[in-house]
Design a protein around this ligand. Structure first.
Ligand code: HEC
Length: 131
């Protein structure tokens, strides 16, 4: 078990870095493209394929820097609008992803299993992604 103090310290660190990643690289770059462009970028770099950040996180192989990037992506996703589905469902799914990724970063017990469940591609695409 992690001590509370170190968990909270890591959480605060992750949040600060994630928010700065969000405002600099993800959202600021894509003003012209609107919300969808950001989701495409997040899916390609964060989720798609065997070497994505998500794939590494699920195997416990993501570095701290990679996990921070992933957390930043999920925080960005919370603020974006999906092409389909209601906003409550979106907010629920994306905030769960953020929390799950922060737990992986903080190395809490069972965090990788919980993250692997939260990052359910089909469950989210079915509701929020157009065919
Ligand atoms: C919380 C919701 C959510 C989860 C979880 C999720 N996705 Fe997505 N994904 C989306 C949405 C929404 C889109 C559609 C974006 C658009 O068309 O604007 C999308 C689109 C994509 C695309 C197409 C990107 C493009 O450029 O059009 C790929 C590839 C993708 N997701 C892969 C994955 C994989 C692989 C996983 C699981 C490891 C995953 N996604 C998990 C919401 C999610």
């Amino acid at each position: 078990m992690n001590k509370n103090f170190s968990f909270l310290t890591k959480l605060a660190l992750a949040a600060v870095i994630a928010v700065s990643a969000l405002s600099t690289s993800l959202v600021a770059d894509h003003h012209e493209g609107g919300d969808e462009l950001d989701l495409h970028k997040i899916m390609k770099e964060g989720h798609k394929g065997k070497t994505s950040l998500s794939a590494k996180a699920k195997k416990g192989e993501a570095t701290e820097a990679e996990l921070k990037t992933l957390i930043g992506m999920y925080l960005a996703m919370e603020k974006l609008t999906p092409p389909m589905g209601d906003s409550k469902s979106w907010k629920d799914k994306t905030s769960k992803l953020t929390n799950a990724a922060i737990n992986v970063f903080a190395k809490t017990d069972g965090a990788i299993d919980a993250y692997s469940k939260a990052v359910n591609c089909k469950a989210c695409h079915k509701v929020h992604k157009e065919d």
